[in-house]
Design a protein around this ligand. Structure first.
Ligand code: CS2
Length: 477
């Protein structure tokens, strides 16, 4: 029995796409149904379902992690429906009733159902959001074969997305044999190539050459750039939705008004006509990806630990602080943009838009959210500006300040002397970096984080060490 959402009042304030849900079939599977998927890709598919040619592009939402099963059970009860509340910087607020997740499977409980659905020829596309750290690749894009999660999956368990893709694609290759597209939607540079590299190494480690060959011939891995700032909904917003509409929605998601999805035009089998609902299909995603990762994501990452050190709760506070706003601008103009070089994206205009989005006080995006998972983020977001500037013969001093702030922040988090909690799945990797010269040297030489920079540009070590010292003084350690 499902408990579909009902709304007792103010329904005129809810936007809802015009389609009959029972006429929709599922052509997409999404692995990792978190808030970001529900505020982003699900919105585009919701729009698509309202078009006559869109009806076969409903989404099957798949949960992969046992720790998310309880919340997913509620999602199943709500039949995959929820309200998305978006807020612009000027206060304009929109409530949308999203219904595109037409079927749900808890893969942590019934993995066989995931395999069946992935093997079904009606499924033409598998999208995924498993976070930046969910691909288990080291700095040279080698699959971490010694990682317990990967080891377990190679032995037949289901921890990572590779185990699910392996089993589902295996069944598909033996049954429907239909071509399929795996569309990665995580914030990784060349995310399609990353997913392919991880999966092919997984198949090799499995010793399944036949499946590896089938995948090479029948599966496409387009790259894509996804963008919408999606804070964790605060209880206040959940309550707003519940009271305003007299509804029992417990899975409201929130986002800014801005949304963008740029997808490489490289599909195997059918391609959803998402260009009709605002998605940009392009030959090369790179320029969009680089701009977003190096300005938006790196901007967040470089500023956020300083914001935490200053005791800020919300990220927009950083944009109202003269010093931090100027820091963001300097990082972008002195390090990020020069390191990108020529681009078809107007980077100056892009940076202005990002600054406005960062200043949106209505969404209440927390410093705590953006601090999360630093160890996976720095190599992806921040490293390119670092290496790019050194290659140009410049010192990336603003980028180095951002890194120094992270170091000081995680030292404080370790000793419990900062109020912003640090959620770091790779805490163990940071463990050896003690708060002394030896620890700083070791940190500056971390290969996963900084690759070859300490060898190719040895001045990095002294520059980082000095920046850490002055950051420590500033924030009295
Ligand atoms: C943020 C992203 O936490 C982070 O790293 O930069 O979650 C950011 O909000 C999204 O990528 C925006 O699309």
């Amino acid at each position: 029995m499902t408990n579909r959402l009902t709304f007792g009042q103010n329904t005129n304030q809810i936007q809802c796409q015009d389609y009959v849900r029972s006429n929709v079939t599922s052509g997409v599977m999404h692995l990792g149904v978190g808030a970001f998927h529900r505020a982003h890709q699900a919105v585009y598919f919701d729009r698509l379902l309202a078009l006559p040619e869109g009806k076969k592009w409903g989404i099957t939402g798949v949960n992969l992690r046992p720790q998310d099963s309880a919340q997913f059970a509620r999602f199943i009860e709500q039949d995959g429906e929820y309200i998305l509340k978006t807020m612009a910087a000027d206060g304009a607020t929109v409530y949308q009733h999203i219904r595109s997740l037409v079927k749900q499977i808890d893969g942590a409980k019934t993995p066989d159902q995931v395999d069946q659905q992935m093997a079904d020829s009606a499924t033409q596309l598998v999208t995924s959001t498993v976070t930046e750290g969910g691909y288990y690749l080291d700095e040279t894009r080698q699959l971490m074969l010694d990682h317990p999660a990967i080891k377990g999956d190679l032995a037949g368990q289901r921890h990572t997305l590779y185990a699910f893709l392996y089993a589902g694609l295996k069944l598909r290759s033996q049954t429907s044999q239909a071509k399929i597209t795996l569309l990665c939607c995580d914030n990784l540079r060349h995310n399609g190539d990353v997913l392919k590299a991880g999966l092919m190494q997984f198949l090799n480690a499995k010793g399944d050459q036949a499946l590896a060959q089938w995948v090479n011939e029948n599966v496409a891995f387009p790259c894509s750039m996804v963008d919408r700032i999606t804070p964790k909904p605060s209880p206040e917003h959940v309550q707003d939705v519940q009271q305003r509409f007299a509804t029992d929605d417990q899975l409201t998601v929130m986002g800014e008004d801005f949304i963008q999805w740029v997808v490489e035009d490289n599909f195997a089998g059918a391609k959803p006509p998402l260009e009709q609902v605002g998605v940009q299909f392009v030959d090369q995603v790179d320029p969009y990806e680089e701009a977003k990762i190096r300005i938006l994501n790196a901007g967040h990452t470089n500023v956020v630990y300083q914001a935490a050190l200053k005791g800020m709760t919300y990220f927009d506070e950083a944009m109202r602080d003269e010093t931090l706003r100027q820091y963001f601008r300097d990082f972008v103009h002195q390090d990020a943009i020069p390191a990108i070089g020529n681009s078809i994206v107007n980077l100056e205009a892009y940076a202005d838009i990002i600054e406005r989005r960062f200043s949106n006080a209505n969404i209440g995006d927390t410093v705590e959210r953006i601090c999360t998972d630093g160890y996976a983020k720095f190599p992806i977001f921040v490293y390119p500006s670092l290496t790019g500037c050194y290659q140009l013969g410049q010192t990336p001093s603003k980028t180095i300040e951002g890194i120094a702030a992270w170091f000081v922040y995680f030292q404080k988090a370790r000793t419990g002397s900062i109020s912003t909690p640090y959620h770091e799945p790779n805490l163990e990797s940071l463990q050896p970096y003690s708060d002394d010269e030896e620890g700083i040297q070791a940190f500056a030489n971390d290969r996963f984080l900084w690759g070859d920079i300490p060898r190719q540009h040895p001045q990095f070590i002294a520059q980082l060490s000095q920046a850490i010292r002055s950051m420590q003084q500033q924030y009295s350690m």
